[in-house]
Design a protein around this ligand. Structure first.
Ligand code: GLV
Ligand code: MN
Ligand code: MN
Length: 408
């Protein structure tokens, strides 16, 4: 049994038009009108594939196909939201490959022992509402539902209100439920598979992630008459922090990465000294202890920068996800699937966060990676060749079928 690559490509093309940017990328922020349109399209396809569709209190959308026995389901999934000016593969591809596997199983009349289904998680990106992976985080019992509802975007809009506005505030409780396994196909978003010429990565786990938020408050004043000696410029302190964060991975050693990706400057005009700046810090490392060291360094860097500029600093380490090792049984099932296809593959650790990271806390979990051209992602240049996607989707099919007790 194999997936239908022509049908999969057609679905990618159709979903990719919802929120498409002029340069061929994608802007489909969580709970935006584009997200609603993308979800509506997917839900229509899920129903056509004979799935029973339900929506939970976090807007996570489930589509299930019954098994022959009353057993916990094998779930496949990912997210359908994107970052601004992102690509058409991050998340979307995992959702569409899950759907393609379910379409294939239905078409072939396969009747696995376990139910098999798919899930589309809400706000995985953390681009509009922080933190990332919020839908799976609530589902796994790691983020309180009320905290998730109260997350606000840049314009002050509440996640809970936006969920209701787009019609995806569902009735099903968003709580951990038994599952035989969770499988997520995703683009690698890094260069390893392409460099090694391999179509499939058997993902063993995900690095630890920590997000912090810093707000620096100085004195807003006129850019002309205010002498340099009496200024307290929040942006100057922020610049020192940005530069120093860049040095932390080198100081910690190993494979750490650190990013300041967001900067909000107030009042953000040419002729006023910035009175207030907030910025984000993102640390990732395979080693949990390295993250703890980095956060300590950040505390000291911020204190020093604030003191030198005479500004106040409020630093919040508000989100942390531990290093995750996937279930050896599921990882082996993915490897058996790719071997059965005779494709080149290797084991790999994910540097990006995925809903699988939270799902791993509640059920046996694994992932399938496909290569990213030039390792690029979270940008419009994101691309994965259809041949690689086909190998990845067939790996997902065979692994899901094995875990669900189907003969293929
Ligand atoms: C999700 O895209 C992440 O930040 O890793
Ligand atoms: Mn993703
Ligand atoms: Mn992403």
């Amino acid at each position: 049994m194999r997936i239908d690559r022509t049908r999969l490509a057609a679905s990618m093309e159709a979903l990719g038009r919802v929120g498409e940017t002029p340069r061929g990328g994608l802007t489909r922020l969580a709970l935006s009108d584009e997200d609603r349109r993308g979800r509506d399209l997917l839900v229509g396809w899920m129903r056509e594939a004979g799935l029973t569709v339900t929506v939970d209190q976090m807007g996570n959308v489930f589509g299930l196909r019954a098994g022959s026995d009353a057993l916990p389901p094998v779930l496949m999934g990912s997210h359908a939201d994107s970052v601004p000016t992102g690509g058409k593969y991050d998340g979307q591809l995992g959702v569409l490959c899950a759907l393609e596997v379910l379409r294939t199983l239905a078409e072939r009349g396969a009747r696995p022992r376990h139910p098999v289904g798919m899930v589309i998680f809400t706000n995985e990106e953390g681009a509009r509402f922080q933190p990332a992976m919020i839908g799976s985080g609530v589902l796994a019992g790691k983020i309180p539902l009320e905290d998730a509802y109260n997350a606000r975007d840049r314009d002050g809009k509440r996640l809970g209100d936006e969920l209701e506005r787009i019609g995806y505030l569902g009735p099903e409780p968003c709580i951990p439920r038994p599952a035989r396994a969770y499988l997520e196909l995703h683009i690698e978003q890094g260069p390893i598979l392409e460099e090694e010429g391999l179509p499939v990565g058997v993902v063993e786990g995900i690095v630890a992630i920590a997000w912090s938020r810093l707000t620096l408050t100085g004195v807003q004043d006129h850019a002309g008459p205010t002498p340099m000696r009496i200024r307290h410029d929040a942006l100057v302190a922020a610049a020192e922090v940005v530069r120093a964060v860049r040095e932390i991975p080198r100081r910690v050693g190993g494979d750490m990465v650190a990013t300041v990706g967001r900067l909000d400057v107030s009042p953000n005009i040419p002729n006023a000294i910035p009175g207030r700046v907030s910025l984000s810090v993102d640390f990732r490392d395979p080693d949990e202890a390295a993250i703890t060291r980095a956060l300590g360094m950040l505390d000291r860097i911020v204190k020093g920068a604030a003191r030198r500029e005479g500004v106040t600093a409020e630093l919040e380490h508000y989100w942390r996800v531990p290093r995750t090792n996937f279930d050896p049984g599921v990882v082996d099932a993915v490897e058996r699937a790719v071997r059965a296809l005779g494709c080149g593959h290797r084991r790999i650790l994910s540097g990006a966060g995925h809903d699988a990271q939270y799902m791993a806390a509640i059920c046996p979990t694994g992932m399938v990676f496909v290569p990213s051209r030039a390792g690029r992602s979270h940008c419009e240049e994101e691309f994965t060749a259809l041949d690689d996607i086909e190998h990845g989707a067939n790996t997902l099919l065979l692994a899901a079928a094995e875990l669900a007790g189907a003969s293929v």
